[in-house]
Design a protein around this ligand. Structure first.
Ligand code: ARG
Length: 468
């Protein structure tokens, strides 16, 4: 059954049908479509298009079908109808006859699909936010377990200054909190209901669009019918937030891959998230993390796809807009999987504290603190920087660390250096001195961890779900 056969003499070409039909993927919208249709049926009753009895009978049958789809009792096929909207109407017509043929009064697939997609996206964004919460939870657990360990901090992938491992965990918690907030922003703007906008000009029937929007749990009805069927910036915004989140996940993965490398050896990943080599028996490869890093490309690609699809489209609905769905579904599904995977990887991380501390102690990562020591003795920082640099050069030539240089050698660089410099150069001392808001001193990291824990619990509660 087609929704639009009347004006055509010949049937569509078989390839055109295959090329154009979207049921294969938009069946994912089945439940959202039926939810919106039940609300629409009731609204047709309020508007006097259907009798109250008919409206209720129609809405009830639609809700029954939705429950059957949700439970799996009815499986939406991948072909046999043009799209999920046609499929639903066909099934309802088989069940209710002419009553179901009244459902599409005053409605267009243009306002229907825009509504369905927003309903679907609302739930998908909520799921991703919960999953981000779980990754953050895993990071905070890791910080609770190993957060007090001394760890090498890098810039340019060169050892820079020691930090606490908990500081690293909390850094990524910050980024993920922003990612979640961005998804929340996208959700807020997606929460306007296009239904009642018709094909482009607004429904010709006296629909109370505000009541309709509220009955579907939207925050408002869209204000302009032309915009409502045209707009896909809510898709772009969600994809953009997902792509950004993908880059966060990718960078976390990259850090961990490096930390787990043979060259670094600061952490070990669990057997359950690593693979061996078919040839080299000794290998333990960080496949899960590499796939998380790689999958970011997919999320970025989805955003690019839809950006290019909408760019240059004339206003209102054009069939090009059907191309928004696969990238959106794909990005949401794969982003979700990457998030769930990362939470498992983080729980498997084992820290090699000695190796991490040794690396933090090496690489002359305490040179800044030698300079600061001289500053305390009245030397201008630029001069102190130069002197500490000379000390590094001397240590390099001797093949030792700064603190292993004999005091006389240090004093040959500046007579202001005394034996009391040595305790200043341990990684513990270096870390402790970064005692500013946002710094890596143990007291700060400890307080930051508590605060992060409280924030995460609060956000979980604010979402109306148990904190993940
Ligand atoms: N499958 C279509 C889509 O995804 C539904 C809307 C069809 N509208 C139309 N005027 N042909 O966009």
């Amino acid at each position: 059954m087609s929704l639009w056969g009347g004006r055509f003499e010949r049937a569509p070409d078989a390839l055109f049908r295959r090329f154009g039909d979207s049921l294969r993927f938009d069946r994912a919208l089945g439940e959202a479509d039926l939810t919106a249709s039940a609300a629409w049926a009731r609204e047709l009753g309020h508007a006097g298009v259907l009798s109250a009895d008919d409206a209720e009978r129609l809405a009830t049958e639609i809700e029954r079908l939705r429950a059957e789809v949700a439970s799996g009792a009815v499986v939406i096929p991948g072909e046999g109808a043009e799209d999920v909207h046609s499929w639903a109407e066909e099934v309802l017509t088989a069940r209710l006859g002419d009553l179901a043929r009244r459902l599409h009064t005053g409605r267009s697939r243009n306002d229907q699909v825009a509504t369905d997609l927003r309903l679907w996206l609302r739930d998908a964004l909520d799921e991703r936010r919960v999953e981000i919460g779980r990754v953050r939870d895993a990071l905070l657990r890791l910080a609770g377990r190993e957060g007090d360990a001394i760890f090498p901090g890098y810039t340019h992938l060169q050892r820079a200054q020691p930090i606490l491992f908990g500081h690293w965990c909390l850094a990524w918690d910050e980024a993920l909190a922003r990612d979640a907030a961005r998804l929340g922003d996208a959700r807020r703007r997606a929460s306007a209901c296009p239904l009642g906008s018709g094909a482009l000009a607004g429904s010709a029937w006296p629909i109370d669009r505000d009541r309709l929007a509220a009955s579907l749990g939207f925050e408002s009805a869209t204000r302009n019918s032309l915009d409502a069927v045209s707009a896909r910036d809510f898709v772009l915004e969600a994809l953009s937030a997902m792509a950004i989140c993908g880059t966060t996940l990718s960078r976390i993965a990259e850090d961990l891959i490096f930390y787990a490398s043979g060259e670094a050896g600061f952490i070990e990943l669990g057997d359950e998230v690593t693979s061996g080599s078919s040839l080299m028996p000794q290998k333990k490869n960080p496949d899960a993390l590499e796939l998380i890093r790689g999958r970011a490309g997919r999320l970025i690609g989805a955003l690019m796809t839809v950006l290019v699809v909408v760019k240059g489209l004339p206003s209102a609905y054009n069939k090009d807009l059907q191309e928004d769905k696969e990238p959106l579904f794909d990005a949401m599904a794969h982003g979700g999987m990457a998030l769930r995977m990362l939470a498992i990887v983080l729980d498997s991380v084992l820290l090699h504290r000695d190796a991490a501390r040794a690396a933090a102690q090496g690489g002359h990562a305490n040179a800044t603190d030698l300079a600061d020591y001289l500053v305390e003795r009245g030397v201008p920082f630029r001069t102190a920087h130069e002197l500490a640099g000379r000390a590094v050069r001397l240590a390099l030539s001797r093949g030792v660390s700064l603190e292993a240089l004999p005091l006389d050698d240090l004093r040959s660089i500046s007579a202001l250096i005394d034996a009391d410099v040595l305790p200043r150069l341990t990684p513990e001392a270096v870390v402790s001195r970064r005692n500013v808001h946002g710094g890596t001193a143990p007291a700060r990291v400890h307080a930051a961890l508590e605060a992060a824990r409280a924030r995460l619990d609060l956000e979980g509660a604010a979402r109306g779900r148990a904190a993940p």
